[in-house]
Design a protein around this ligand. Structure first.
Ligand code: ATP
Length: 342
């Protein structure tokens, strides 16, 4: 069942319509990643949900309680049971870690001390109570910010690019901890990001935004494997884009005959192949190609290939390589699995 429901939300700043009818459902206890290019309206949507901005139209409700329904209803941010973890700088610099976490709890609450310890343990910072924010690393500060957000037991936690200031290694571990902490408390999470890898690896639901609307929402697998359109395919992961003609359920492409995803109708159009669907085989078996470049990542590598087009320009194809780097310049290609079709 949905906990957070956003229906037809619109928001303009002067003449600029930033949200143009956003619909989004987030199941209770799930973490949704709102993914989209810079300026598409992600932060504005977060601010409308938090109650910091008033919507021009549409509704926002949490657990069936209507929070935003212009022109009449606008529940104040502090009455929404929604917490916000901003990008950085969220902590009060003059308060200790414990006082920062306790900030949202009632002063006379006898469980205050215990709750602070529990939350710090949850985010892996037990024993840090007396430290000042300046004595913490960026990742530790973000964990404290999360603990503080969780302290008043919000129904929804909104996170606005909370990992963007962290370096790559730290980002992955803080991300995993945030996910675990949200799961442990049962809070529903709403994560704004423009990082597709972060969205796919962290969220239960990925909502792709473009020009002020959610164009597709689904599990990470759905959005990656069955993108709604070519722009989503290109934005969510790397895509090899091919012109093709389809007849009788078979697509003829510069990479040979491929199987389009179900529902494909005959005609010409565009296919999207994911790099991990492209395999290197012997050049007399697969589609002949030339290795142009390889990029080694450790756990795998990308190989940039050029396939001789059908009389046209060579087609660059990116494929994932498991195993050895190709030693010869000439290789063959084979594409496995159904490919998206637009
Ligand atoms: P980013 O990933 O760069 O943070 P975003 O998708 O979060 O981008 P928003 O911050 O929601 O995008 O901004 C969407 C558009 O709304 C931008 O064109 C921005 O300039 C504009 N905008 C946001 N807040 C205001 C404001 N208070 N007044 C006027 N324009 C605003």
């Amino acid at each position: 069942m949905s906990l957070l429901e956003v229906r037809g939300v619109r928001k303009s700043f002067d003449d600029l319509e930033v949200l143009r009818g956003v619909d989004l459902d987030v199941p209770s206890g799930a973490l949704v990643a709102v993914l989209g290019p810079s300026g598409c309206g992600k932060t504005t949507l977060l601010r409308v949900i938090a109650g910091f901005e008033r919507a021009g139209a549409g509704t926002v409700s949490v657990g069936g309680r209507l929070l935003t329904a212009p022109p009449g209803t606008h529940v104040a941010p502090e009455k929404r049971r929604i917490a916000v973890v901003p990008q950085e700088g969220a902590l009060f610099p003059h308060l200790t870690v414990a006082d920062n976490v306790a900030y949202g709890l009632r002063r006379r609450d006898p469980r205050r001390g215990r709750r602070v310890s529990e939350l710090l343990e949850l985010v892996g910072l037990e024993g840090y109570e007396r430290r000042m924010p300046a004595e913490l690393s960026g990742g530790q500060q973000q964990r404290v910010a999360l603990a503080r957000a969780l302290a008043p037991e919000p129904q929804v936690v909104l996170l606005d690019e909370p990992f963007s200031a962290l370096d790559a290694a730290l980002r992955a571990s803080v991300r995993a901890d945030v996910r675990a902490a949200l799961r442990a408390t049962g809070a529903t999470g709403f994560l704004v990001t423009h990082d597709q890898e972060e969205a796919l690896s962290t969220a239960d639901v990925v909502a792709v935004m473009r020009d002020g609307v959610v164009v597709q929402a689904g599990t990470p697998e759905q959005v990656y494997r069955a993108p709604h359109d070519l722009d989503v395919a290109r934005f969510v992961g790397e895509a090899v884009v091919l012109a093709a003609t389809v007849a009788g359920g078979v697509a003829r492409t510069p990479l040979g005959e491929l199987r389009p995803a179900p529902g494909c109708v005959d005609g010409s159009g565009t296919l999207v192949v994911r790099p991990e669907q492209v395999h290197l085989v012997a050049c007399d078996v697969g589609v002949p190609a030339r290795v142009v470049d390889t990029v080694f990542y450790g756990h795998d590598a990308s190989v940039l290939l050029e396939v001789d087009g059908e009389g046209g320009a060579p087609l660059p194809v990116l494929c994932r390589l498991q195993g050895d780097l190709p030693v010869t310049e000439r290789v063959g290609l084979r594409v496995d699995g159904p490919v998206s079709w637009f």
